[in-house]
Design a protein around this ligand. Structure first.
Ligand SMILES: [Zn+2]
Length: 427
């Protein structure tokens, strides 16, 4: 445990300055994918090409890059009112793409951004890095407005065009375009005070009141029977609770979800907050309470596994993660979490099972933590390749090169890992 702890701190605190900090989490990714897919389809992005990235940054912001990568900030996800409003934000960003406003963002810049993406897993990924709330918060400190400064400066006209396209896309997706007005009203609450001080002629961004008026007019011209598809917000509320549980301080969590709130989302957020604060028994009791309410939610078992692991109950953690994986078979982060616990537990057969889990997880989604767990599991030279991949994903070219070279010294020239190490060296 101690070894992991020191290792990951070193890695995360050395993230390159200005890097885009991205969160991996199976639950959040799946729910967001479900919410955004209809809008993406309306913009002619095939479902299997759509990639959603959760940027760990407290700005109320989102953007689209490269035509199919949607970046949504945690500052937006934790504040946005409902599913419909989130769909409206993405529709607006896709509107910039359709409007051809992204030319200024060159392919080079696009590649640069992806190169400096630092990917962090919630749950166990954070726990092995921290295990205490103060470090957890430090590790998750976001990148701070990078995209807004360097990538997003659209003109007033472009914003209006994007809003118009957004209304069209939402209607085409059979989503109520009124969500756009909800978003503007929320923006007004957040930025209203600042806007009041800005000279209207000198700002590039159309003032929010003007946008509400424009979008309202556009919506009033739409011919639609008004029977839009409605979305249940419950899954999204759980995702928001999860993000708040992981990203906010204990005090902020209780502000949002005071003890008198007894809905599932409130219990979820407080349980995660308890876990981060080291109140493991309380966290476990709350999670078991959630499981009693809904035995079919895989992510409650994931959280239970995280807590049991922290308590040092490896057998119970394995049982919990296996339950989670039975309910959600395609859950790369949970597969990695189970692999990590198996690697720590070290019973006969654990190592082989853990390696298989890592391989499955990497096929679905390459993630630094998974490579790092693999590096713990291999002991035949392939651990150097896994470390090379790990550092490569973390943007540390120097260490990636060093481990890729060492892997090639140890491995047979026709082995897949030798070839993959070569790919890293070519970069
Ligand atoms: Zn815009």
């Amino acid at each position: 445990m101690r070894k992991i702890f020191v290792f990951l701190i070193a890695v995360f605190l050395c993230a390159p300055a200005g890097a885009l900090s991205v969160i991996n989490d199976t639950e959040a990714e799946k729910v967001l994918h479900k919410i955004i897919t209809p809008v993406a389809l309306a913009a002619d992005i095939p479902e299997n090409r759509l990639k959603i990235h959760i940027v760990n940054d407290d700005d109320f912001n989102a953007f689209v890059s490269g035509g199919e990568d949607v970046f949504i900030y945690t500052g937006l996800l934790t504040r946005i009112k409902n599913t419909n409003a989130l769909q409206a934000v993405v529709a607006h960003e896709l509107g910039h793409m359709i409007g051809g406003h992204m030319q200024q963002m060159s392919a080079r810049m696009d590649a640069e951004m992806k190169r400096t993406m630092i990917i962090q897993a919630l749950g166990i990924g954070l726990m092995v890095a921290g295990g205490n709330s103060s470090l957890g918060a430090g590790v998750l400190a976001g990148a701070g407005g990078i995209a807004q400064q360097s990538l997003l400066s659209f003109s007033r006209d472009e914003e209006r065009v994007a809003d118009d396209f957004a209304v069209d896309l939402l209607v085409r997706a059979n989503v109520n375009p009124a969500g756009l007005i909800d978003v503007f009203e929320q923006m007004q609450n957040i930025t209203g005070a600042a806007e009041a001080k800005i000279n209207k002629n000198r700002t590039n961004h159309p003032l929010t009141a003007e946008r509400i008026k424009n979008a309202g007019m556009k919506i009033s011209q739409i011919k639609h029977n008004g029977k839009y598809k409605t979305y249940d917000d419950k899954e999204y509320e759980l995702v928001r609770a999860k993000l708040i549980g992981y990203l906010y301080t204990e005090r902020q969590i209780l502000d949002k979800y005071p003890y008198r709130a007894t809905d599932d989302a409130a219990i979820y957020a407080r349980a995660i907050g308890n876990m981060r604060g080291g109140a493991l028994t309380a966290a476990r009791d709350a999670t078991q309470d959630l499981i009693q309410r809904n035995k079919k939610n895989p992510y409650y078992y994931e959280l239970l596994g995280d807590i049991e692991y922290q308590m040092g109950h490896y057998d119970d953690a394995v049982v919990a993660y296996e339950r989670a994986l039975k309910l959600d078979k395609n859950a790369p982060q949970i597969q990695t979490a189970l692999a990590l616990v198996l690697a720590e537990r070290g019973k006969p057969g654990d190592n082989a099972q853990a390696i298989e889990l890592c391989k499955t997880s990497l096929l679905a989604m390459p993630a630094p933590l998974t490579y790092w767990v693999l590096a713990k599991l291999y002991n035949d030279g392939r651990e150097y390749w896994a470390l090379a991949e790990f550092y490569n994903m973390n943007g540390d070219a120097k260490k990636a090169t060093r481990f890729a070279k060492r892997a090639q010294q140890k491995l047979a020239k026709d082995s897949p890992e030798y070839i993959k190490a070569g790919d890293i060296l070519e970069k």
